[in-house]
Design a protein around this ligand. Structure first.
Ligand code: ECH
Length: 317
């Protein structure tokens, strides 16, 4: 196949609508550290009126336990400093320990810290804090996003905190994510009959990452929302074990196109639920697949859609 990852990234690009998420994150990045912490607190508590994440089980918290214990026993000004260091990605012991957490442990850590803030054990925002115009404007922007986009912004902020180690954290010993509702075992996607696509989506709904990864070519790549492509079976498997567990995938429709050399491209749209929020939040996503003539996945990009209308925005140009 004459494709490169760069050319594959462009498939169906004319059907894509620019997502408001990167601009929202860029706006967040410009805030100073106390504004960042305050913004996250207000956005999280405001969101919590309609949706709250599923409580974190003790098993998942064991990896964050020691850091939470340390923070709990600091004075309030040191607690605030520790949070500032996390948000500033400073090179401190707390920020280093946090940086070595997996994505889900980072989320669990902040979830628990949020509970301690609600109980008044940790101060949510610096005393005497006054909301700035920048925070107000960003909160309004976030309120206009759909729930799936809001949790993506929060997740991104959490993932980006802390001092990052050079090696990716291991997730081998982490507990499995229990689904809050069963995932569909058999998938039907209007407009799509390609077995590879159906097998991929069904495998993810079973957390069967071995089967999902085996559908890729050896040099195949998976591009998660707003990230660079992850290339090769080993890297994709590691990524899926860390980040794709417990997802409920409910695709609805798709389009396909066969290219002159026999390779095929597909765009599928649908809803994905994360075990963090279960049925409360349906994220509107699309998958753009490029399959080689033998039906193996050379490339798949998962994109967060800009609006629910985009679910129907399927056309071949
Ligand atoms: C408080 C104040 C101080 C600062 C902070 C606070 C706490 C914040 C908290 C935030 C919690 C946020 C959470 C967000 C979870 C978001 C999950 C998302 C998941 C998206 C997954 C997708 C998967 C797509 C995929 C598909 C594939 O086909 C291949 C794999 C993969 C308030 C204390 C910080 C507690 C819990 C957005 C889209 C479909 C790419 C994975």
């Amino acid at each position: 196949m004459t494709f490169t990852i760069e050319s594959a990234q462009a498939i169906f690009s004319d059907t894509q609508v620019r997502s408001p998420i990167p601009a929202t994150i860029a706006q967040f990045e410009k805030l100073d550290v106390d504004d960042k912490l305050a913004l996250l607190w207000y956005a999280y508590t405001e969101m919590g009126r309609s949706i709250t994440p599923a409580a974190v089980g003790a098993a998942r918290l064991q990896f964050a336990e020691s850091l939470l214990h340390q923070i709990r026993h600091l004075s309030s000004s040191d607690q605030l400093q520790a949070m500032r260091d996390l948000a500033n990605r400073a090179e401190t012991p707390v920020s280093r320990s946090y940086g070595a957490f997996s994505v889900n442990t980072k989320l669990a850590f902040w979830y628990e810290l949020g509970e301690l803030m609600k109980q008044g054990i940790v101060a949510p925002v610096p005393s005497g804090y006054q909301m700035t115009a920048g925070v107000k404007a960003l909160l309004e922007t976030i309120q206009k996003l759909d729930a799936g986009q809001q949790i993506t912004v929060l997740r991104n902020a959490v993932v980006d905190m802390g001092f990052s180690p050079d090696v990716a954290p291991s997730t081998d010993k982490e507990p499995l994510f229990a689904r809050t509702a069963p995932a569909p075992t058999q998938i039907e996607v209007a407009g799509i009959t390609e077995p590879t696509i159906v097998s991929y989506l069904e495998a993810l709904n079973r957390d069967d990452f071995e089967t999902a990864v085996a559908l890729f070519t050896d040099d195949g790549a998976l591009q998660p929302p707003f990230q660079k492509p992850i290339v090769g079976h080993k890297a994709i498997a590691r990524y899926m074990r860390a980040e794709a567990q417990g997802l409920n995938i409910m695709p609805s429709q798709g389009i396909s196109d066969t290219l002159p050399d026999g390779s095929k491209q597909f765009k599928v749209t649908g809803i994905v639920q994360t075990p963090w929020f279960g049925v409360n939040v349906g994220m509107n996503v699309s998958w753009r697949f490029l399959l080689n003539p033998e039906g193996k996945i050379y490339f798949v990009a998962i994109d967060m859609l800009a609006s629910p209308q985009e679910l129907l925005n399927l056309s071949i140009v």
